[in-house]
Write a protein that binds this ligand. Structure first.
Ligand code: PLP
Length: 401
């Protein structure tokens, strides 16, 4: 492999993925994202793999807000934020996000990936230590790697997944380490994207208070989903938003599904991100059409918390349906319902069979999850009606045999 030329090396990797049944095939969607989608060459199927948790991706008001954004601001900002890429729709959206959480301020990026690549390299300094859950999203992992490579002397550690004892050990270690002279940061997904389980935020907060650490929560899969009004994981646990120091989140899932991400928290930290965050200093602003549609999506969510209730009812119904089809699903109240099948090729082949039965569920294997932990990930939406959820159960039952 070391001496292989780039073309032959690349071909070899692709061939080996194909030979072992692990090659991902992109499905072409020919219409809007909704409870059902039209796939090229297949027609209409029920979609159980989007992050369109509240069904807002094709909501008429959200779509119209994007149209209005295009009419009013044109197709693009043609600039990064600090030059001439900050439009009043960005300000409106950022004020809305801050109000939604009940925190001082927020700042948007073109993705939550970018937000996670901005927060750690910007806010953390040499002598700080970042402690991260081992199952955190790839964007958090890469954001921390980037921070550590840019800021020499910034330390990092990984604690076992959702394991408070393991975090305590790491915090005690951090306290003992003489190289650690600054702030300790604890970072976690709110809802974990592959397991669908929930971070134990009350326990994390208590530990952070004991050790004087900052708590950062990426609530991408929880915003619009968890808590009675969809505020996220902290609401699920009955905590105030101010008990989390910083939130990162996406506008590409429940909040309209287009794209974009944000950081929400203290005004000073947001101001520092505006001054120093490389993804915002060197990369274009969120398109205005998206800023307008995301703003509308959050408005709809705040106005219609019944959407969150419907999602919860759908989740309960779907989870019971999966169990009664003969498969078992990792337990939690979230909209992410993983069915562990271990083998990547098996997950991909099961996904293909489900698609033949009119049900669109993606199989995840290595490198998205660890080797041997492949799974089907069923995702539920408030856009689903009972007959969609019944179709899922029937297809799984047929697959189970
Ligand atoms: C927990 C988490 N953080 C960040 C992201 C990245 O979000 P975006 O698509 O906005 O870059 C995702 C997307 O899958 C995610 O699940």
């Amino acid at each position: 492999m070391a001496t292989a030329t780039f073309p032959s090396r690349t071909r070899e990797i692709l061939d080996s993925l194909e030979a072992t049944g692990q090659l991902k095939h992109l499905q072409m969607i020919e219409g809007p994202m909704d409870a059902t989608v039209r796939i090229r060459g297949r027609g209409e199927v029920v979609c159980f793999c989007s992050n369109n948790y509240l069904g807002l991706a094709n909501h008429p008001e959200v779509v119209e807000a994007a149209h209005e954004g295009l009419r009013r601001y044109g197709a693009g900002t043609a600039s990064v934020r600090f030059i001439c890429g900050t439009f009043d729709c960005h300000e409106r959206l950022e004020e809305r996000i801050a109000r939604f959480y009940g925190v001082e301020a927020s700042y948007t990026f073109t993705s939550c990936w970018n937000a996670n690549e901005a927060i750690f390299p910007t806010l953390c300094e040499p002598g700080d230590m970042i402690l991260s859950d081992e199952f955190n999203h790839a964007s958090i992992i890469d954001g921390i790697r980037l921070a550590v490579s840019i800021k020499k002397g910034l330390l990092r550690g990984v604690y076992r997944h959702n394991d408070v004892a393991s975090l305590r050990e790491k915090l005690e270690e951090a306290q003992r380490t003489s190289a650690r002279t600054g702030t300790i940061w604890v970072v976690t997904d709110g809802v974990f994207s592959m397991e669908g389980d929930i971070a134990d935020l009350p326990a994390l907060r208590t530990l952070c208070d004991e050790f004087g650490a900052m708590l950062v929560v990426d609530d991408s899969h929880a915003t619009g989903v968890m808590g009675a009004t969809g505020r996220g994981t902290h609401e699920h646990w009955g905590m105030a938003a101010t008990q989390v120091d910083y939130f990162t989140g996406t506008l590409g899932k429940a909040l309209g599904g287009a794209a974009g991400g944000y950081i929400a928290g203290s005004r000073d930290a947001i101001n520092l991100l505006i001054q120093r965050g490389r993804p915002t200093l060197f990369s274009n602003a969120l398109p205005c059409s998206v800023a307008c549609s995301a703003d509308k999506a959050i408005e709809v969510l705040m106005r219609e918390p019944q959407r969150v209730r419907k999602l919860k009812d759908n989740v309960e119904y779907a989870r019971a349906g999966i169990e009664s089809s003969g498969f078992s699903v990792l337990k939690s109240p979230t909209a992410i319902c993983p069915i562990i099948v271990h083998d990547t090729a098996k997950a991909i082949s099961m996904s293909r069979k489900l698609l033949d039965l009119g049900v669109f569920v993606i199989g995840f294997g290595f490198p998205v999850v660890a080797e041997g932990h492949a799974r089907l990930r069923v995702q539920i939406s408030a856009a689903h009606e009972r007959h969609h959820l019944d179709a899922l159960q029937a297809a799984l039952k047929q697959l189970h045999g």
